[in-house]
Ligand binder design. Structure first.
Ligand code: BV8
Length: 228
């Protein structure tokens, strides 16, 4: 058995499902209420900023009503105890990983609790609604947009992710459908480097064929079992 030193973990909406946050493509999917084109593209924001702010303001407000689940807590324990390299790359924009205590964490698609100023380009923490048009703390202009990576926009920290994937001995994908790139391609990069690849999901993802092992079931059970 190859010695495992460096781990990359990719998480998607499925890891937050048991906390009560809707996934995107399930029957209760977030996109159900809104067509993707309506809310998660720069064009949508230009066309109807009120709709897009309302969509993200509602999701930001919901964070106060949910808690991290056993899967988030297990990853935070791994983060605290693992003496090799570890990077948790989340596609999620919720704050459940950090609230569970994860430190070596990266939000590649941005965060609900962050705003991006269209005036000065600076990011800043956001707690309340952006529909109230709060002033940017850096430049005072009232031009904050959700700090979310929309379709057609470049995900955050891609170089850092690619470097971690090139060094990984183990790649674990948790609760993602494998529908969105470049995240859906990470398993192939890890495999190319010779990493062991494991998928934990409720059902096979679109990239299941690339994984050495697929374990089907709820993240709240599978992730603690993997970490223990
Ligand atoms: C980019 C915003 C260039 C935040 C999101 C044609 C072919 C290939 C690619 C493209 C193409 N046309 C366009 C593209 C590129 C495009 C893309 O991939 N489109 C897709 C639709 C084809 N990608 C982009 O535009 C990206 N940018 O490519 O830039 C570039 C790239 C690299 C370097 C330089 C330049 C930007 C994509 C980001 C879009 N933003 N979200 C928000 O609003 O929340 S995407 C959104 O969907 C999420 O953020 C998430 O990342 C993504 C996937 O969702 P999942 O997390 O997987 O959730 P989903 O509901 O789909 O699945 C949940 C899974 O969990 C299911 O499998 C389910 O079975 C499982 N599950 C449920 N419950 C549980 C569970 N598992 C375990 N336990 C449970 N209890």
């Amino acid at each position: 058995m190859m010695r495992i030193r460096n781990i990359v973990i990719l998480t998607g909406a499925g890891i937050s499902a048991e906390s009560g946050l809707a996934t995107f493509r399930g029957s209760d999917g977030l996109w159900e209420g809104h067509r993707v084109e309506d809310v998660a593209t720069p064009g949508a924001f230009v066309a109807d900023p009120h709709l897009v702010h309302s969509f993200y303001d509602a999701r930001r407000a919901q964070l106060a009503e949910v808690e991290p689940n056993k899967a988030h807590e297990a990853l935070a324990r791994l983060d605290a105890e693992w003496d090799g390299e570890l990077l948790i790359v989340t596609q999620n924009v919720d704050d459940l990983h950090e609230r569970a205590g994860a430190k070596r964490l990266l939000h590649m698609h941005g965060e609900l609790k962050s705003g991006l100023c269209l005036g000065c380009g600076e990011r800043s923490p956001v707690e309340g609604a952006l529909l109230d048009y709060p002033p940017c703390p850096h430049c005072e202009q009232k031009m904050l947009r959700p700090d979310i990576v929309w379709f057609g926009e470049i995900p955050y920290e891609m170089e850092r992710i690619e470097t971690a994937l090139m060094r990984a001995d183990l790649f674990v994908s948790i609760g993602t459908s494998g529908a969105v790139y470049p995240a859906a391609g990470f398993v192939q990069s890890a495999k190319y480097r010779g990493a062991r690849t494991i998928e934990l999901n409720l059902e096979p993802s679109q990239g299941s064929i690339f994984f050495d092992e697929s374990r089907m079931g709820p993240a709240g059970e599978l992730v603690p079992a993997l970490v223990e």
